[in-house]
Design a protein around this ligand. Structure first.
Ligand code: CDP
Length: 224
């Protein structure tokens, strides 16, 4: 009897800057392809949430890294749970949003989250995974890598529509600051993988983007 072949997880990696539509597109794509979906940004937000809740200064690297190693984080269709607390709403709030890029710049935090993301994919045989470093670092062998972007103005307007209590100028400033911090960090910065498909969604609706990516996935999987 031949040995069962171990198949690497089938990952569709979606990366891009804040507000580029990764979450909306990723969720819809996963549903359409009947795959599971992981929002890795929610994991970094969970670490920032826990640090703030424990009274830590997010700029204090060592204790923040220590927290991340032991933290119980659950991200699924029902929400985001941190140490058993439902943090679904709070992780999107201004306090966590202000702190998250600092927390996500720590190599110790990133190493821990990368390990968890790889375990998540191995347990499920893959899925649609979105973030900043998924195609470049976490899953360099992803079946398909997509880099989604849009103009800063479009990204800020989309975010204001999602969060009705936010002002455009504040959101645009936050996005510009996080873009710079996420692209400028030393460990796994936001970057387009050399073999990624680049999609500017400024003029595209969600359905159109999902359709384009689903076609690319079908082409890729048909080839393999
Ligand atoms: O939804 P939004 O685009 O605002 O951001 P997010 O995907 O929730 O990610 C929040 C933050 O987590 C980003 O600004 C990055 O600092 C960090 N992040 C990261 O460093 N690596 C990832 N794979 C995902 C998110």
């Amino acid at each position: 009897m031949s040995e069962p072949r171990l198949r690497p997880p089938t990952v569709i990696a979606i990366d891009g800057p804040a507000g580029s539509g990764k979450s909306t597109v990723g969720r819809a794509l996963a549903e359409r392809l009947d795959l599971t979906y992981l929002d890795t940004g929610a994991m970094y937000r969970a670490v920032a949430f826990a640090a703030i809740r424990q009274g830590l200064d997010p700029s204090d690297e060592e204790p923040v890294v220590a927290i991340s190693k032991a933290l119980d984080i659950k991200v699924d269709d029902t929400g985001v749970f941190v140490g058993g607390v439902d943090a679904t709403v709070e992780i999107r709030g201004p306090e966590v949003t202000r702190a998250v890029s600092m927390v996500a710049s720590y190599p110790g935090v990133r190493e821990e989250m990368r390990t968890r993301q790889r375990i998540w994919a191995a347990e499920r045989g893959g899925g649609v995974i979105e973030g900043r470093d998924i195609g470049t670092v976490v899953f360099p062998d992803a079946v398909l890598k997509v880099y989604l972007t849009a103009s800063v103005e479009t990204r800020a307007s989309r975010r204001v529509q999602e969060m009705s209590d936010m002002h455009y100028d504040d959101v645009a400033a936050d996005i510009a600051r996080r873009d710079a911090q996420d692209s400028g960090r030393a460990d796994s910065p936001l970057a387009e993988a050399s073999d990624a498909v680049f999609l500017d969604t400024t003029e595209l609706g969600v359905l159109e983007v999902v359709e384009q990516i689903a076609n690319l996935v079908e082409e890729k999987l048909g080839d393999s």
